[in-house]
Ligand binder design. Structure first.
Ligand code: C5P
Length: 258
């Protein structure tokens, strides 16, 4: 199912283009539905659906509940981000991208480390579609710090590694990227306004960081050029998830309006 035109963000970084900055913020906030099963995921959706438009289904929920979990989200008019971080041979990833597109998702992720041939194969697989999902290449996970990267054989700094992968992705025809708030400004410089920069590792001031390492507040990430913010635990683990989401939307709206 295509994303309605009114819900598609303008990818111009950090400027509210519409009359209502809170509505503009709503188009750019993605809630990570990291739940162990469909029942608990939909308990959250029921509490959040009047506040939030975008929901991200990641590995935990998708493995537990399967593709069937996406259907009610799409049917209820939500925009769905399928975050499976595909990383396999080009032919397999191309097939998986086609399968995901048929589920009606608006965005989906691939691991940039899969290489340019894999990224290009996924892009080519979706090219014939009228309204394909936005393909996002994940650069460096926000949970990675220099010690984790070194242990995995990656000797560059996170910033250098993100830049290398983003240049590779752009050359392979990808315009969407996932990176941490700390790299978003440099990445925006590389992609220009056309880049779709989706940023996890978002923590409102004073929030628990958890396992994330490279974090920023919603306002800071937007000001540095984020197109969308991905927020999980600061909303989903809050005593009142809708109130937590509203507070984040208000902070985003102020940053968008500046
Ligand atoms: O709970 P929290 O706000 O940390 O959730 C962040 C979400 O973003 C998780 O669903 C995680 O899988 C996802 N993500 C990430 N880092 C990336 C890509 C996706 O944290 N590089």
């Amino acid at each position: 199912m295509p994303i309605p035109e009114r819900l598609k963000p303008t990818f111009s970084p950090a400027r509210a283009t519409g009359p209502d900055p809170v509505e503009e913020a709503r188009k750019r906030l993605i809630v990570a539905l990291d739940a162990p099963d469909a029942r608990s995921a939909f308990e959250l959706v029921n509490r959040l659906e009047n506040t939030c438009q975008w929901f991200k289904v990641g590995l935990e929920l998708f493995v537990a509940a399967g593709p069937a979990v996406l259907e009610p989200l799409v049917a209820r008019g939500h925009s769905v981000f399928l975050d499976l971080k595909l990383h396999d041979i080009p032919n397999t990833v191309a097939g998986a991208a086609r399968s995901a597109a048929a589920l009606g998702v608006g965005m989906m992720t691939l691991h940039a480390l899969g290489g340019p041939a894999m990224l290009a194969a996924a892009r080519e697989a979706l090219a014939p579609l009228a309204d394909p999902p936005e393909l996002l290449a994940v650069t460096v996970l926000t949970s990675m710090d220099p010690a984790q990267m070194k242990a995995a054989g990656l000797d560059r700094s996170p910033g250098e590694q993100v830049e290398l992968l983003a240049r590779m992705g752009l050359d392979a025809g990808i315009r969407g990227f996932v990176c941490s708030p700390q790299e978003v400004q440099a990445l925006r410089g590389l992609t220009g306004p056309e880049g779709v920069l989706v940023i996890p590792g978002i923590r409102p001031a004073g929030a628990d960081i958890g396992d994330q390492k490279r974090v920023a507040t919603p306002a800071a990430a937007l000001r540095q050029g984020a197109s969308y913010l991905v927020v999980g635990r600061p909303i989903t683990q809050a005593p009142n998830p809708a109130a937590a989401a509203e507070a984040i939307l208000r902070e985003m709206a102020v940053a968008l309006h500046d």
